[in-house]
Design a protein around this ligand. Structure first.
Ligand SMILES: O=C(CO)COP(=O)(O)O
Length: 250
């Protein structure tokens, strides 16, 4: 047993216009009132303003899917940490495998973003996880260790307690092939041990680690029953109010 508060977050990826998002926010604010868990929605940037106004009286927290690490300046098309903070964003997904694979985000860039999010008093959700090829080469632990250590470089122990890690095996994302609860728990326990080695046992016991990859209402309670799994980062199943609500209420 731990005192870690479960965190269930929906990563909408590139889905829903601002108008479509408004409907979701109105409905979810009506249907979901949580106090023992944290529920977070991470819509596209263009829906954050609507989320800020429609979710402000709800218990649902707001997250973003990406951020630039610089404070301001000539970075056409980018969004700064303070721009997110100003819209009521509390969590920022950093280093999602789609960004690593399609937008060239290295561990070094991911680390800069983690630091920028922390410096702007928000909380990063650092995504790590192996590809199918790496899994078949038995490199899961090696890959996760490197991504965690490099991603969290330079953070103090106090800052590390505000980080959420999401273990998302790339082969399980959007494929319907979720990791078994035992495998997910084992890798998450390994990640927790990695944190213990480079920070401390206290930090490792505080830090929350989610599982992500084909999480649905049907399998969420299995994951949440495991000793080291503190929540989920959910893609497809977070796009509809009923399934998001079922997941948060696991
Ligand atoms: O990438 C994910 C969340 O960040 C997982 O996506 P799916 O839940 O659609 O597999």
């Amino acid at each position: 047993m731990t005192n870690r508060i479960p965190i269930l977050a929906g990563n909408w990826k590139m889905n829903k216009t601002a108008s479509e998002s408004e409907k979701f926010f109105e409905e979810v604010a009506e249907k979901l009132d949580v106090d023992e868990v944290e529920a977070v929605v991470c819509p596209p940037f263009t829906s954050l303003q609507a989320a800020k106004s429609l979710l402000s009286n709800s218990s649902i927290k707001l997250g973003a899917q990406n951020v630039h690490f610089e404070e301001k300046g000539a970075y056409t098309g980018e969004i700064s940490p303070d721009m997110l903070k100003d819209l009521g964003v509390e969590y920022v997904i950093v280093g999602h495998s789609e960004r690593r694979a399609m937008f060239g985000e290295s561990d070094e860039i991911v680390n800069k973003k983690v630091l920028a999010v922390i410096n702007s008093k928000m909380k990063p959700i650092l995504c790590v996880g192996e590809t199918l090829e790496e899994k078949e080469d038995n490199k899961t632990e090696e890959v996760c260790k490197t991504q965690v250590e490099e991603g969290l470089k330079g953070l103090t122990k106090a800052q590390l307690e505000n980080v959420v890690i999401a273990y998302e095996p790339v082969w399980a994302i959007g494929t319907g092939k979720s990791a078994t609860k035992e495998d997910a728990n084992e890798t998450i326990a390994f990640i927790r041990n990695t944190v213990k080695e480079f920070a401390s046992n206290d930090v490792a016991q505080q830090i929350r680690i989610q599982y992500g990859g084909s999480v649905k209402p049907e399998n969420i309670s299995d994951y949440m029953a495991m000793s080291d799994i503190d929540g989920a980062l959910v893609g497809g199943a977070s796009l509809k109010v009923p399934s998001f609500v079922d997941i948060v209420k696991f």
